[in-house]
Design a protein around this ligand. Structure first.
Ligand SMILES: [Zn+2]
Ligand SMILES: [Zn+2]
Length: 512
């Protein structure tokens, strides 16, 4: 896991930290994570003796402007001797992953907190539609799939009803497969008042109910996904000191990454977002509609990028600068669904900047999505021990790493062996691409046409296709920022109207 950072010959190359280290101390630093504003830089570093220290500003999180500057490095007892492999720090929290896959957290509890099951509702298991598995119990007509948010419901075209299997917990022994945990009530119960501020995916406040078999299931108004009835994954953290997280059920965490104020956890089965994206708090698994297996994760300031084991690129989060690689608009508030980015070739590596994403393709070409000022310094062939080929330059890296290709080359020339320090930190929008001689014959260049990629229209609901039409209009008028033109606002009105119609339709479905 370590090795995701830039190699430094000596930790003292970071000027503001220079005076903390004697020759002997500097030679023991294995990795260094820098964060905080440039004039009050903090750094957490790990030594070859498995000790973890703090240098610079006396703060373990990114935004503590009142923290005094340390006179000398301070040992972080709670993290020392724990085989910490990776450290990430956001503005209000920090986290570390050990070689043994234990997670340590400190700072504020940035994740969404558990809410009580609203009065009148209960947690239910919803079986997802599977092809060829069933006919309607009333008319024996073959059931067809219908997508609602991220789930497939089984629709009987004859009876015009949804017929998925729904059960209260605990599940009967005859239940097959993994159910979705949702909220709902028995169809013949008195309808409860639906609560507000409910959807864990998009934070939207309104919901509606849809009858499925003999139950009424609660759906989010905006993302149309059934309200996730699972409890938040990371329990409420009450201590701001570094401490090991205990999960209610065992979780094998393979990697962690962090954005401005959220953490992405890669487990053996899920990608989990804990913290804030946009102005919403999250603490649930991302929706993985295509059931892809993540191979590498990266986080920008407010977005996530994932490369799968089959070389596909998926992204999610805020996309106002184009960093998601597909059309996105602020009307689309779901930050918890992975959408595929259309690429001309297989992806082999990905890195995120603050508002940008760079994806290295199999043939050595790369694609850059996002902020206009983002740039890739394509260094080409450098003889280096590291197998990593794509880096985002941390904001406090030595200037050589961001000035020019020549200066980067010069910097790398100093790194001759594997005794160098691995530097990570808060991301910029400057990337370094190192290529082996094998891939060098394909000159790296931006494949701008892939910027036009849009999500697969065949899997869209009409709500989604409306979103994408609006987004395409955004593109047509050259609007790559979050600011809206009058034309777009007009379209938002159309969208709202569309939603209104949809809402009427749902309610009439429910109550007729
Ligand atoms: Zn039927
Ligand atoms: Zn929602």
């Amino acid at each position: 896991m370590i090795g995701n950072g830039l190699p430094l010959v000596d930790v003292r190359e970071i000027e503001t930290l220079r005076h903390y280290f004697t020759d002997q101390q500097a030679s023991k630093v294995k990795s260094l994570h820098v964060y905080g504003p440039a004039d009050r830089l903090s750094a957490i570093y790990i030594t070859v003796d498995d000790e973890v220290y703090l240098a610079g500003g006396d703060s373990l999180v990114g935004d503590d402007l009142t923290a005094p500057t340390l006179k000398e490095c301070r040992l972080i007892l709670e993290l020392s001797g724990k085989s910490i492999a990776k450290v990430v720090v956001g503005v209000h929290f920090g986290a570390a992953l050990t070689e043994g896959h234990d997670l340590y957290i400190w700072g504020s509890n940035v994740g969404r907190e558990a809410v009580d099951v609203p009065a009148g509702l209960t947690r239910l298991a919803l079986g997802v539609h599977q092809s060829g598995t069933g006919s309607c119990s009333e008319c024996f007509c073959e059931l067809v799939p219908r997508r609602w948010g991220g789930v497939l419901l089984s629709w009987c075209p004859q009876c015009r009803t949804y017929c998925n299997r729904v059960s209260k917990f605990p599940l009967p022994s005859s239940w097959v497969g993994e159910p979705r945990t949702v909220f709902g009530y028995k169809a013949d119960d008195v309808p409860p008042k639906l609560p507000e501020s409910f959807c864990v995916r998009c934070g939207f406040k309104e919901c509606f109910v849809q009858r499925v078999a003999n139950f009424m299931i609660v759906f989010c108004w905006i993302c149309e996904h059934p309200i996730d009835g699972n409890t938040p994954i990371i329990p409420l953290q009450t201590s701001s000191n570094p401490h090991k997280v205990t999960f209610p059920s065992p979780l094998h965490i393979e990697d962690i990454a962090a954005g401005r104020n959220f953490m992405l956890l890669q487990t053996s089965s899920d990608l989990i977002v804990w913290g804030e994206i946009g102005d919403q708090k999250y603490n649930h698994a991302m929706l993985n509609l295509d059931n892809v297996v993540p191979a590498k994760i990266a986080c920008g300031s407010d977005h996530v990028a994932v490369i799968t084991d089959e070389g596909a690129l998926y992204t999610s989060g805020e996309g106002g600068a184009g960093q998601l690689g597909y059309e996105w608009s602020t009307d689309w508030p779901d930050h918890l669904t992975l959408w595929k980015v259309e690429l001309a070739e297989q992806a082999v590596d990905v890195a995120c900047g603050c508002c940008s994403t760079v994806c290295l393709l199999k043939t050595g070409k790369y694609v850059l999505f996002g902020a206009d000022y983002a740039k890739v310094l394509n260094v080409r062939e450098v003889c280096l021990y590291t197998s990593n080929s794509l880096f985002c330059v941390p904001s406090n890296a030595p200037r050589n790493y961001s000035e020019s290709i020549e200066s980067v080359r010069e910097q790398f020339a100093k790194v001759k062996d594997d005794r160098s320090v691995v530097l990570t930190g808060v991301v910029t929008d400057i990337f370094i691409l190192l290529q082996t001689s094998k891939s060098e014959k394909h000159e790296g260049h931006v494949l701008s046409e892939t910027n036009k990629s849009v999500r697969d229209a065949s899997s869209q609901t009409d709500f989604e296709s409306k979103i994408s039409q609006i987004s395409i209009k955004l593109k047509d008028i050259g609007c790559q920022t979050v600011s809206k033109s009058e034309e777009v606002l007009e379209d938002s009105a159309v969208l709202q109207q569309h939603l209104g119609l949809r809402r009427c339709r749902n309610f009439s479905d429910n109550f007729s």
